[in-house]
Design a protein around this ligand. Structure first.
Ligand code: PNW
Length: 519
């Protein structure tokens, strides 16, 4: 293109006069807004109407002391009986989608196909039909951490046989609900599922096998996902026209300093957390190269005869590559990265050679792992755009934790900041983000933190038997933002330059390629 024309176009772009056809603080056409929950965290009814026991039921009932407030989720927000109140809350929010998960053991109490629990199936039918009747699309997660206990008794995700069970469970879900469900997520945050086979009693099933159990679990999960994806493609897609993704969790890793070793540490941090799953699915089809090299070397040095990181056959690499229709991203926060040795021996943490820390200036929340770092969202999205060839990204979780007050200014600020940064990633940088999900619709059971951490746009009165839901200030903010299809300009203006100048070239995969959209 002629240089003069090119420069004029660049200028016009910067002035927002051309390009995407809408302003920087506006959402693109057909953007999806959603809010999320997960079965175990909200449903309750843990042993009623034929539901089987899962690993979280077992974990909590045998070790109440492993939960911060010694509470359980036997009743929780009782969505099993009050799902209509959840639907009403979604209507009030004005979202076009609801992300929830199926409880495997509510549908298949033994985990296997020998028993199909009619009441469980009817519960999800009623929820799905209720949503569709008010024009809300269901986005359904098949696995949000609640494995049927009988399958854990066989070794859970470290046993490759689980891929058979998962494929069969997925086939039941597609057959029963796929006529109405068009958005599927196979696994929620598989890195956390696998960590539960490494870190002992943090999460169910509380296996302690760091640097071994977690790598094995991931190996099975990736194959389970791929088999469900292939099954859908072969048997269901032509009729049902749905899409399948995975919801991957990642911190943004910011190099501690500009030194090449810190930049490399940040890259490794991302590869060992996000790339562990994203590289097999959206990249080369295999684990990240740096992971393969480091775990192989460490395993050898430990005198092992095989690498702790299992190998995929060439056939599996081919099958996994491209096995998602969209990239589900659960992003909450950032961390600083430097090179060093940390964590148990052996462990994924130690294999990564990354030592993380927090910047004391980043505002805290009620969860100690979660600090408010809105610009990390923009960097995260741009990293995915550049690393994995700009796939369609659906933000499947993003949210803020406090004590549950209705006047939740901290949450409003969090959402304004993160959503503004997402809009910059879309409208300025050209990231292909197609939807955004708030975690969570309602205050719920926060795993080993019990009810001490609240993420909801709506509060739940746990002292009342009917568990009434009440809109917080953030719910009203959301409702307005969606109705106006934009983040309020005054808020956006404040955040226009929220990436500190000195941070801008810290990472080699930095963004700012504003012309990609229309080239
Ligand atoms: C995610 N961490 O979990 C889950 O998908 C949700 O079920 C959960 O309620 C939500 O985020 C908020 O925590 C996480 O310690 C649990 O870094 C722990 C961490 C991150 C995410």
């Amino acid at each position: 293109m002629h240089l003069a024309i090119w420069m004029t176009l660049c200028m016009l772009w910067e002035m927002n006069a051309i390009g995407v056809g809408h302003e920087v603080h506006e959402f693109p056409p057909n953007f999806h807004f959603s809010a999320a929950t997960a079965a175990y965290q909200v449903e309750g009814a843990w042993n009623t109407s034929g539901k089987g026991e899962n690993i979280w039921d077992r974990f909590i009932h045998t070790h109440p002391d492993w939960i911060l407030d010694h509470q359980n989720a036997d009743i929780a927000a009782d969505s099993y009986h009050h799902y209509q109140d959840d639907i009403n809350a979604l209507v009030q929010l004005n979202v076009s989608m609801y992300r929830f998960s199926l409880s495997w053991s509510r549908i298949l109490p033994t985990g296997d196909l020998n028993v199909i629990n009619h009441d469980g199936v009817e519960y999800y039918n009623a929820l799905i039909n209720g949503l569709l009747s008010v024009k809300i699309q269901p986005m359904v997660t098949l696995y949000h951490w609640d494995l049927p206990q009988p399958l854990q008794d066989l070794g859970g995700w470290t046993n490759p046989i689980m891929a058979d069970y998962f494929e069969q469970y997925a086939s039941v879900a597609f057959s029963l609900f796929g006529d109405r469900v068009k958005w599927w997520i196979t696994f929620n945050e598989p890195s956390h599922v696998s960590s539960a086979y490494a870190d002992g009693h943090q999460f169910a099933p509380a296996v302690e096998s760091h640097g071994i159990g977690d790598y094995l679990a991931t190996h099975t999960i990736l194959q389970s996902h791929t088999r469900a994806y292939e099954l859908y493609k072969k048997q269901f897609r032509r009729k049902q026209h749905g899409q399948i993704g995975m919801a991957l969790f990642s911190f943004w890793y910011e190099p501690l300093t500009r030194s090449p070793t810190d930049i490399a540490a940040a890259e490794r941090g991302l590869e060992f957390e996000l790339g562990w799953f994203a590289n097999p699915i959206f990249g080369s089809g295999d684990y990240p190269k740096v992971m393969r090299e480091r775990v192989d070397i460490n395993s050898k040095a430990e005198g092992r005869v095989r690498s702790r990181l299992p190998y995929f056959s060439r056939d599996w690499i081919k099958r996994m590559k491209g096995s998602c229709d969209f990239f589900g991203l659960n992003h909450y926060t950032s961390t600083l990265a430097t090179t060093g040795e940390d964590g148990e021996k052996p462990s994924r943490e130690r294999d990564s050679g990354v030592v993380v820390s927090e910047d004391a200036s980043w505002p805290t929340t009620n969860s100690n792992w979660l600090r408010v770092v809105p610009w990390g969202m923009r960097k995260m999205l741009n990293y995915i755009r550049l690393k994995y060839n700009n796939p369609p990204v659906f933000i499947t979780e993003n949210g803020y934790s406090d004590e549950g007050q209705l006047n939740d200014n901290g949450r409003v600020e969090f959402y304004s900041g993160y959503i503004s940064e997402m809009l910059k990633a879309i409208n300025v940088d050209g990231c292909n983000v197609i939807g955004y999900t708030a975690w969570s619709l309602i205050d719920n059971f926060e795993w080993n933190q019990g009810y001490t951490k609240k993420f909801g746009l709506f509060s739940v009165d746990y002292s009342n038997k009917t568990r009434p839901r009440r809109a917080k200030k953030s719910a009203n903010f959301f409702q307005e933002m969606i109705s106006n299809n934009r983040v309020p300009e005054e808020i956006f203006e404040l955040l226009r330059d929220s990436v500190p100048e000195e941070n801008k070239e810290k990472h080699p995969l930095q963004f700012h390629v504003p012309f990609r959209l229309w080239m």
